[in-house]
Design a protein around this ligand. Structure first.
Ligand SMILES: Cc1ncc(COP(=O)(O)O)c(C=O)c1O
Length: 378
């Protein structure tokens, strides 16, 4: 049996999404910029997708921009603001961001920007008072990861947004993990920029989007043709736009069903470990509405996480050590270091991320094997 418990790294394209995309590879392959029938048909499809997404996220269709991935969206948000606004030179972010944000910030530092990092507590939350103290007239943008990809912490974006509003500072939110796992209503969330990526919610890889609130003073990142409301050049990836839209529609309309089930499965997972008297720490908040559903980042006592991952892999169970991007590294990830996991647990951190398609049978198989490995092979 193979059990995929690495859904925070990526998800498969759901059957419904795949079927919706298929006609756009061969029959409806026109370039949306072409003036003939095949092109116009696809221009209408791209427009329809934008309208549907705006409806799902509660924003204007002109605020939705398709990109190639979450990383591009984040790069565009931060560099686009930095290149356009010449009077403010400070960026505030957290020390638990995805590399898409932290490396973009590192790059902007080489251009003369100052980046200030908010620390997080043991559960991964920023301190709102620290943000209030840090923010000032020179702060161009605050960039916050809404749901952390490693430890699942969901930040209080509404409160963060109030602070940014009062300080007249832009707020960019990396919602790549949060979308379809927690409600995102752009009207009430009140952010200026928000990044998403299709492959985290059963859409295809290689498609993302950037929400840009009307009135945001932002430059372009990719120059060329007139696509995406003249803001992001490059021929539109119609099949992937269709796929992302369908995946978002399914994910958002079934949000409660999926999140309840994922939380139930997470509790079941932890109950079994407790019953077996396995010593572990759950990194991040308790399972519930403040934690990414299905995310279980666990540190086990005095064992090696890479070996555990390898032994699970040999039995067909696919998990991740820390974050997927760090899986080559033997250092505890920056997130695990930031939340100060105790020293005798820090080297054995494994992320199990249960997905919408995970079955109870698969979960049982994974748990039986995990318990067996921990008791008999480590
Ligand atoms: C929180 C977060 N932000 C950004 C990204 C980057 O998204 P993409 O893989 O689409 O570039 C990821 C992907 O792992 C992520 O988890």
């Amino acid at each position: 049996m193979e059990v995929y418990l690495d859904n925070a790294s990526t998800t498969n394209v759901s059957k419904e999404v795949f079927e919706e995309m298929l006609p756009y590879f061969r029959e409806n392959f026109g370039n949306p910029s072409s003036l003939h029938g095949l092109g116009i048909k696809n221009r209408k499809i791209v427009n329809k997708s934008r309208i549907k997404i705006a409806e799902l996220l509660n924003c204007k269709k002109t605020e939705i921009h398709f990109t190639s991935c979450g990383t591009e969206s984040i790069n565009w948000a931060l560099k686009g603001l930095a290149f356009k606004n010449k009077t403010k030179y400070e960026i505030i972010t957290t020390n638990i961001e995805h590399h898409a944000t932290s490396e973009t910030c590192n790059f902007l530092e080489t251009l003369g920007f100052t980046v200030n990092y908010l620390r997080v507590n043991k559960e991964g939350y920023i301190n709102l008072d620290e943000l209030r103290d840090m923010i000032n007239n020179n702060t161009l943008v605050v960039s916050i990861i809404m749901a952390n990809n490693e430890i699942g912490t969901i930040q209080n974006i509404k409160e963060i947004s109030k602070i940014c509003d009062e300080a007249r500072t832009y707020l960019h939110v990396d919602a790549v993990q949060a979308i379809c796992h927690t409600e995102i209503n752009l009207e009430t969330l009140n952010v200026d920029l928000l990044s998403l990526s299709g492959h985290k919610f059963h859409g295809p890889k290689g498609i993302g989007l950037l929400y840009i609130k009307e009135g945001t003073h932002i430059g372009n990142l990719i120059h060329g043709g007139q696509q995406e409301l003249k803001r992001r050049a490059g021929t539109e990836n119609v099949p992937y736009i269709v796929g992302l839209t369908k995946a978002l529609e399914i994910g958002i309309s079934n949000l409660d069903i999926y999140t309840n089930r994922l939380n139930e499965y997470s509790k079941l997972f932890l109950d079994r470990l407790d019953k077996e008297e396995i010593k572990y720490i759950l990194n991040g908040p308790v399972v519930g509405e403040d934690r990414l559903p299905g995310n279980l980042n666990l540190s086990f006592k005095n064992i090696d996480g890479l070996t555990l991952t390898y032994l699970l892999d040999k039995r067909g169970i696919f998990v991740s050590t820390g974050s997927a991007c760090d899986s080559e590294s033997i250092e505890p990830s920056h997130v695990i270091q930031a939340i100060e996991v105790p020293i005798d647990f820090i080297n054995a951190t494994v992320r199990f991320s249960i997905g919408n398609e995970t079955t109870l049978e698969e979960l049982d198989y994974a748990l039986d094997n995990l318990v067996d490995i921990l008791k008999n092979e480590m």
